[in-house]
Design a protein around this ligand. Structure first.
Ligand code: GDP
Ligand code: IMO
Ligand code: MG
Length: 448
């Protein structure tokens, strides 16, 4: 057969078709967390068949307000409110089992029904043990004593659990549900390793194992092979699949303000690694950003306002951490970090939340660039000492001085508020699809 004939014969053979399947819609925090991701997820979840968490643990605190009732979610996807949707906790999430059931029980009292029946948990997710949480606290005390400062973690055991995962000594849900004797041996070894590091750490291993065995039976019906679950979701009938990011870009372990970050990838890459899905299945990526900036915990914050402005934002915005009850630090909107978050995540569009909190301002400042030694820099500094030194260049915009909380359409907004929104859009180079003007579901203006 000639080379030409060979080629045409190959071409005529039936080749497998690359069926991409359904795409997931992703919601990610674009600042230092608490941008209102819960609210945006709730809005989109009403149309979703599956709502997934792909990273983080119960360090997240997502608030959803529906019909005057306020729910807070930490480990459960906020979409659990939608009784028609399945919620999925992927392999990239770290799970504290007592925390999960406490959260479910607490929300059940508020009216959440049958959440256990609607939850699927990946068998590859790592487990946060009580001693991981204790070690989180001990490491903070150690940092304070040795370095004179800590990170201000949520003390939910996130750092220690991801450390165990990376050290290959961690234990996963699949381990808990298979041979309990083997699990117990590895559990004791892991506990002992931490006790060697922290001699004051007390672990009642027998009591812990007894509790874990009980939890094992409670979660057994929810656990599935996560990769296969997602594969079926992507390749079955058309479905709306939503991914709820936790924490945020500037808290990302690789791209955040290291070392004052969390221990997972809260940027778009975490979606693939935390669910076990190919990049071709990532569809729209929505960034959630507050109309100003907040941060909980320690670390550089170039536009922070340690003055009346910061206090006004803190009180008007009720800026108190959902997970730890700490006051959030507040400052002006920083477009440098939004552009940086966009470089990494490639946002399709943004949700600009809490615009209403700026209603009383005479004048609003927006950080538009950073200068180092008097020269503008086009990148976001990796090093904390350098970031502490940047000088922020601001632009001043006039305040609108009127109540926006009842606005429901673009045309209802005062011209100066519209101007603020357009300014942000143009400087980040991403369209703003939603504008938040209040806590509840209906307080969201959809722009297109
Ligand atoms: P998440 O962690 O990103 O889900 O955000 P949090 O729930 O930690 O914090 C956001 C807070 O702002 C919550 O109390 C929300 O109810 C509230 N919130 C969200 N969007 C808006 C908004 O547009 N206006 C006002 N006033 N509050 C909002
Ligand atoms: P949501 O999903 C705000 C911060 C902590 C601390 C640092 C490390 O509600 O936006 P960790 O316990 O993760 O080791 O803490 O990260 N942090 C958050 N801040 N919102 C969050 O989540 C956060 N998750 C972690 O305050 O500074
Ligand atoms: Mg939060």
């Amino acid at each position: 057969m000639s080379a030409k004939d060979q080629k045409s014969s190959n071409a005529s053979k039936k080749r497998p078709r690359n069926d991409v399947g359904n795409k997931v819609t992703v919601v990610l925090g674009g600042q230092w967390g608490d941008e209102g991701k819960g609210k945006v997820v709730d809005l989109l979840a009403t149309e979703s068949d599956i709502v997934c968490r792909c990273q983080g643990g119960n360090n997240a605190g997502h608030t959803v307000v529906v019909e005057g009732k306020e729910y807070d979610f930490h480990l459960l996807p906020s979409g659990i409110i939608n009784s028609k949707a399945t919620s999925f906790i992927g392999n990239g999430v770290v799970i504290h089992l007592p925390g999960l059931f406490e959260e479910g029980d607490k929300n059940e009292k508020k009216g959440l029904k049958d959440w256990e029946k609607r939850l699927v948990i990946s068998d590859r997710a790592h487990i946060v043990f009580d001693f991981h949480q204790a070690v989180d606290g001990l490491q903070e005390v150690q940092r304070q004593a040795q370095e004179g400062k800590n990170i201000g973690t949520t003390r939910k055991g996130i750092g220690p659990t991801y450390s165990s995962k990376a050290s290959r000594t961690g234990l996963r849900i699949c381990d808990l549900l298979s041979d309990f004797k083997e699990f117990s041996t590895r559990f004791k070894l892991l506990a002992q390793q931490y006790q060697d590091m922290f001699p004051t750490l007390e672990v009642d291993t027998e009591a812990q194992l007894k509790k874990l065995q009980e939890f094992a039976e409670r979660i057994r019906p929810m656990v599935q092979d996560g990769v296969y679950f997602m594969y079926e979701a992507l390749h079955g009938a058309p479905k709306n699949i939503l991914v709820e990011g936790a924490n945020a870009a500037l808290l990302d372990i690789d791209f955040g303000t290291y070392p004052f970050v969390t221990s997972s990838n809260c940027t778009v890459g975490g979606v693939c690694t935390g669910l076990g899905i190919p990049p071709q299945n990532v569809g729209d990526v929505y960034g959630v950003v507050k109309a100003y900036t907040t941060r909980v915990g320690i670390g550089a914050f170039p536009t922070e306002q340690l003055n009346d402005v910061g206090e006004l934002l803190q009180t008007r915005g009720h800026e108190v951490g959902v997970t730890t009850g700490r006051k959030r630090r507040c400052g002006w909107l920083d477009l440098v970090i939004l552009r940086y978050a966009h470089m990494i995540n490639g946002f399709t569009a943004l949700a600009l939340t809490k615009l209403d909190i700026l209603d009383e301002m005479d004048e609003i400042k927006v950080g538009v660039a950073y200068k180092l030694n008097g020269k503008r820099i086009p990148y976001f500094p990796a090093n904390m000492e350098v970031l502490q030194k940047v000088e922020v260049e601001y632009e001043k915009l006039p305040g609108w001085k009127s109540d926006t909380s009842l606005c429901r359409r673009w045309d209802d907004l005062p011209a100066k508020a519209q101007n603020y929104i357009r300014f942000v859009e143009n400087h980040v180079g991403v369209p703003i699809k939603w504008v938040g003007v209040g806590k509840s579901r209906e307080c969201m203006i959809q722009m297109f």
